[in-house]
Design a protein around this ligand. Structure first.
Ligand code: DC
Length: 220
């Protein structure tokens, strides 16, 4: 497995544990990890900072020229500035959907993602990775968990940064995002063809990673 270029696509709804799992898996396999949700969040942040709405196509196209994104370990850098904390606020949780539904933005970010994914072994995580971005990836996984478990995980995550985090608010936001993500016209969230579906409601990240590594080895 060490010498071969491998592409691992991980999709699933908000709070299913994709990021934790993808990061862990990439670390274990010693390959790159790409959080495509962070890319949508960063573009939404950039657009908002420039006063551009998600439906202003002409202004959005212009913004592509000034959108330079880098990942430095777990930091997200926009034009060299660390925006890791700014893209993970409840405000951005809400705002990002407005931009993620725009086909022009999706096309631009998908190109960036394919560019990164074509050069090296990678674990890429998002909503449309196995169905669109890395359609031909040999390893596809759809990670799910029940709504209460997903809301609980996001709540505990948010609580670390904000002692006033509200469980019901977070749960309702997950319900809203599930709806937007799975009902949008362009690349809706779905179980990609050929993906292994794993329910993580009652198992730990380490256990899921071991299942995935086992499946990858058995398919080699
Ligand atoms: O995974 P996340 O919560 O950080 O993603 C933020 C938003 O970006 C989410 O509401 C859906 C969108 N997204 C997307 O449409 N396609 C992707 N590949 C990744 C994220």
């Amino acid at each position: 497995m060490e010498n071969k270029v491998i592409q691992i696509a991980i999709d699933g709804p908000s709070g299913a544990g994709k990021s934790t799992l993808a990061k862990y898996l990439a670390g274990k396999l010693g390959i790159l990890y790409l959080d495509t949700g962070a890319m949508y969040r960063s573009f939404a942040y950039h657009a908002e900072q420039n006063g551009v709405s998600g439906s202003d196509d002409a202004a959005i196209v212009k913004l592509f020229d000034s959108f330079h994104l880098d990942f430095d370990k777990s930091k997200v850098l926009l034009n060299g500035k660390d925006i890791t904390a700014q893209i993970r606020t409840p405000h951005m949780d809400k705002k990002v959907s407005e931009y993620a539904v725009n086909p022009l933005i999706r096309k631009h970010l998908v190109e960036m993602q394919r560019n990164i994914g074509s050069k090296q072994s990678i674990v890429m995580e998002g909503r449309d990775i196995g169905s669109v971005v890395l359609k031909d990836a040999p390893y596809k996984f759809y990670i799910d968990a029940n709504l209460d478990e997903r809301a609980k995980r996001r709540y505990l995550q948010n609580l670390e940064k904000n002692p006033d985090a509200d469980y019901e608010y977070i749960k309702n936001d997950i319900i809203r995002r599930d709806k937007v993500d799975s009902q949008r016209t362009d690349s809706p969230l779905c179980v990609p063809l050929g993906a292994h579906v794993i329910d993580t409601s009652n198992i730990s990240v380490d256990e899921v990673a071991e299942i995935i590594i086992g499946l990858i080895k058995s398919e080699e």
